[in-house]
Design a protein around this ligand. Structure first.
Ligand code: DGL
Length: 267
């Protein structure tokens, strides 16, 4: 008997969609999900107590992600959105094997739209060290190496600014400037924000790289995919009222409050 049979769970089309990340970053995905499916209820969980994921071992993150998905499923979420590139790369394949009948949607760096935005683009992919190290990213990159010049850029330390609520300021600017210092800015066409925390520092990336550079994030694609999969399963809510969003954090109520602020900021 597999794990799925052992703990039968119930949910229906009006059950919430669980969304989680290592911390506050997945709010950039929740923003897109809410826009795509305004009538759905979302339950957001930020795992700031265990952040960052991106500098841990794949095994450690996979174990934590399994724990979380298991509990969201047991609580009756009709789907789980893994709003974290790192957690997706560490665990999504194994999760789908364990729960083949459950809707689990992951996120990956938005490399495809960046490559297709022009001819032979030079594209920098900002992501955590784990995302860049894991096989999933290499498989993705291999699909586009003939069409673009792709430069993976691990950014350890950057998500911590967002977790601390520092989404602007001199310290952040200097950090981002240092990250991009090896590159000739004139030669970079696009930057992929390949960690869900990074859309919150997009303004600083733009200030450093200049207005010419195109920025890409994975949230909107993940939101469309979530809607598509729920629709195929006839699990989209039929309600007309605005969906409800609850936000929890494993570290503190302050982090949950920061999530609410980030969710509201761009709406
Ligand atoms: N937000 C996560 C992502 O999309 C990573 C941040 C972390 O290192 O925990 O990859």
């Amino acid at each position: 008997m597999n794990e799925q049979d052992q703990d039968k769970v119930t949910y229906d089309k009006d059950s919430p969609i669980a969304v989680f990340d290592s911390g506050v970053g997945g709010i950039s995905v929740l923003r897109a999900l809410r826009e795509e499916m305004p009538h759905e209820d979302f339950r957001y969980f930020g795992d700031s107590l265990h952040a960052p994921y991106g500098t841990k071992s794949t095994e450690e993150v996979r174990a934590r992600v399994f724990e979380l998905v298991k509990s969201f499923r047991a609580d009756g979420a009709k789907a789980v959105v893994v709003a974290c590139n790192t957690a997706t790369s560490a665990a999504v394949r194994a999760l789908r094997e364990t729960y083949p009948d459950y809707t689990i949607v992951g996120i990956e760096p938005a490399l495809k739209p960046a490559v297709l935005a022009g001819n032979e683009q030079t594209v920098i992919v900002m992501a955590t060290p784990m995302t860049i190290r894991n096989e999933k990213f290499h498989v993705l990159m291999d699909q586009y190496v003939d069409q673009a010049h792709i430069i993976p850029l691990p950014c350890p330390g950057l998500m911590e600014f967002v977790e601390a609520g520092k989404t602007e300021g001199d310290e952040l600017y200097s950090f981002v400037e240092r990250l991009f210092s090896p590159f000739d800015k004139e030669k970079i066409d696009s930057v992929v924000l390949g960690c869900t925390h990074y859309p919150f520092v997009a303004d600083t990336v733009r200030r450093v790289m200049g207005d010419r550079v195109k920025l890409f994030e994975g949230g909107p694609g993940t939101a469309r995919e979530t809607k598509r999969r729920l629709s195929v399963l006839n699990l989209l809510s039929g309600r007309e009222r605005a969906g409800e969003i609850t936000i929890e954090n494993s570290l503190s109520e302050d982090k949950a409050e920061l999530c609410r602020k980030l969710l509201g900021a761009d709406t």
